[in-house]
Design a protein around this ligand. Sequence first.
Ligand SMILES: [Zn+2]
Ligand SMILES: [Zn+2]
Length: 349
Amino acid sequence: MEQEMMKAAVLTGPRQITMKDVPVPAMGPGLLKIKVNACGVCGSDIHMWKAGKGWAPGTEGSFIMGHEFCGTVTDPGDSHFKKGDRVVFWANLYCGQCDMCRAGQEQLCREVNGTKYIGFVCSGAYAEQFVGKASNAYLLPDAVSDVAAGLIDPLMVAYHAVKHSSLRLHGKVLVVGSGIIGQLIGTLTKRAGASYVAMSKVNDRKIAKAKEIGDFDEYFDGNAPDRAAVMRAASDGGFDVVFEAVGSGETLETALDAVRPGGEIVMIGNSMEPQVPFSMNRAVLQEIRLTGSVSCTRVEFEETIDLIARGMINPERYVTDVMPLSELQHAFERLTSKTDPVVKIVVKP
Ligand SMILES: [Zn+2]
Ligand SMILES: [Zn+2]
């Protein structure tokens, strides 16, 4: 039988995506085949794009990324799905067996350990079709569009970070970072009852979108030498919760500048450096709680879909561009430009 082929955007080298005809992945027990409808372009894709490889050995020079995607079932295999169902895949390849998974903390799965995701260690969905574990697929309600489904991944990260923070009604929140996750956190903390939500940013490139949506009360210049005094004055002594959504030593320092004594810093940003310098004593003497936050639990993934379906947040509003898959290379060039105001791109095959 002749091998069925599909178009895919293949990472063929550092900063290089090439459209290629590749074989459609084979079906098997427990698998589900979809026609990909939309796939969000993520900041972690940018790191792989720059490096020219995925996170697993053997991905150098030929790898298909894409982990924020939805599609229409074309072959349900032995799953409970039906042909024509619209589904979104959760990229987390949790084992379901370890102590963390059994405790409902799949984001901390011992097998995953922060790296074992679809589109990071195995082929993703920057392609016309995708085949993956049916147990990672979730039915999409009609109220969640394909483009909105392309934002479930960053929204789940924001949702988990806010849900597990110490934020209480009327609390004051600072988001450090102007990217999509920071912007979504701004909206979710407002919905969760924060009285004052501000952003610290180092440039204005991405904030037109945030201003249009209007959930941030104020924007601070993270480069200003007097930023600590300015932010403490504006927040009446410091923020109750600071969400660090960049992942660098400088932005962690900004968070320490802004948090009130006894407050919490929630760290979501992924640092590409193995170590970052950090003023430890400032955290000790002010009793600052440092909380790491990654991905979300399986239940929270379902809740994230529900948040959109119920209209608590419309992630489509944060999408600055919907582009054809064939322009993925251009999408990465735009996302890494120093001047482009792009916040979130979703590609469609
Ligand atoms: Zn992502
Ligand atoms: Zn596990």
